[in-house]
Structure formats: structure tokens, C-alpha cells
Design a protein around this ligand. Structure first.
Ligand SMILES: [Zn+2]
Length: 223
């Protein structure tokens, strides 16, 4: 087994050289400041690399990732990222991004014990329990993806309800919260329309996004 990870360091050297060749002064330019427009709150899953999916360069996307893209009202880690992005960087968009076949969501759905993360995934189980009646109507093989989408809608709602976002809206700052899901099988992002640019828009957006999830995963109607 290698102890040096030389291949990663070599790849990094090549990447930096390529970036500098295509965009001379790229790195020294970033030294001065970062001015991203977007905050991405996504899953830690290695198949969902934030910058790559939306083809953004270093400096263009502020990122927070955790297991199952959860926004917990008392999570100082996530709240600190949202606060810095909103108040200091003045980003314009917060995007909560889930993904299909999420392992954290599947564990929550199936009550599977995975270790210390059980306590974290408990937040996704709260989502499952809230939508239990609907999930029961969804075909068993689609239930994980339905819960992935419901989880995005609920976590985006949580983001809207942080004091940071509410204060920003209160003082008239331009800030839009979004909920998206990334489909592993085709590499495409889908907008779940949980989109709010003010406090008034939050609940209508939440209801609309939930209705669309229900529609997408409704059992096929008998002819
Ligand atoms: Zn995941």
C-alpha cells in the first residue's frame, strides 16, 4: 500500500499547470478575494462533486457538504457556513442539493444501523416519519428516491427558516433558496421548485414542491 499518495500530488501539479495555461493569473487573482454567487449544501457522497457537476471553477461556488445534505437548526457547522456566505460573501443563492440513491437516506428509510451517523440520519428519519403515509403509497423500489426528494424540500425549508436567511430577507437582501436533486444515473440536476426569494414565498414553494413530488411518485393509475 502506498503511503505517499504521490499520484494525487502529481495530478494536482498537472491540474494547476493546465489551469494556469488556459487562464493565466488564475491563482494569483483568487489570492485577493473570493466572490462566489452560490452556496451549495450537498451530500458528502463522492459521486456528487459540487463544482464539477455545474462546471464551476475554484472561487465560484461556496460549498458545505454532510451526510444526506441535512440543514439542522442547531448545527453550528452548517449555520456558520450559511452565515459567512450570506452576510460576508453576500452570495445570491443557497442551493440544497440531494441525490438519487443516497446511502444516508436509504439507511434512514430502512432503519439500518450504520454507526455514529445513526444520530445524524435521525433527522432524515424525521422527514420519513412526517411523510410516512405518502411513502407507503410509493412503489418499494422508488421509495428511496422519493425520500431523497422530500428530504431536499424539508432541508431547503429548514434553510429558509434559519435566522440568517430570515434576517437577510428582512433587511431586503437579494437571496434565493433552491432545492435540487442530482440523478446519479444520468448526471443531471433537477429543480424541485422549492424556490423562495422572500419569507412570503416559503410556504407556497414548500407546498408546490411537495405536491410535485407526490405527483412524480404517485402509483400508476389503473386504466
Ligand atoms: Zn448521499
Amino acid at each position: 500500500m502506498t503511503t505517499q499518495l504521490q499520484e494525487l500530488l502529481d495530478s494536482n501539479r498537472l491540474w494547476a499547470r493546465k489551469m494556469e495555461a488556459t487562464r493565466p493569473g488564475f491563482f494569483t487573482g483568487l489570492l485577493q478575494q473570493q466572490a462566489p454567487q452560490y452556496l451549495w449544501i450537498g451530500c458528502a457522497d463522492s459521486r456528487v462533486p459540487a463544482n464539477e457537476l455545474v462546471d464551476l471553477a475554484p472561487g465560484e461556488l461556496f460549498v458545505h457538504r454532510n451526510v444526506a445534505n441535512v440543514v439542522v437548526h442547531s448545527d453550528l457547522n452548517c449555520l456558520s457556513v450559511i452565515q459567512f456566505a450570506t452576510d460576508v460573501l453576500q452570495i445570491k443563492h443557497i442551493i440544497v442539493v440531494g441525490h438519487s440513491n443516497c446511502g444516508g437516506v436509504a439507511a434512514a428509510l430502512e432503519d439500518r444501523r450504520v454507526g455514529v451517523a445513526d444520530n445524524w440520519i435521525r433527522h432524515v428519519q424525521d422527514v420519513r416519519n412526517r411523510h410516512h403515509a405518502f411513502l407507503e403509497t410509493v412503489a418499494a423500489d422508488e421509495r428511496v428516491n422519493a425520500l431523497c426528494e422530500l428530504n431536499v424540500v424539508e432541508q431547503a425549508l429548514n434553510a429558509c427558516q434559519t435566522t440568517i436567511v430570515m434576517d437577510a430577507w428582512q433587511r431586503g437582501q437579494e437571496l434565493v433558496v433552491h432545492g435540487w436533486v442530482y440523478r446519479l444515473h444520468n448526471g443531471l440536476l433537477k429543480d424541485l421548485t422549492m424556490t423562495a426569494a422572500s419569507l412570503d414565498e416559503v410556504m407556497p414553494a414548500y407546498e408546490r414542491a411537495l405536491a410535485l413530488v407526490h405527483e412524480r411518485y404517485a402509483p400508476a393509475k389503473a386504466a
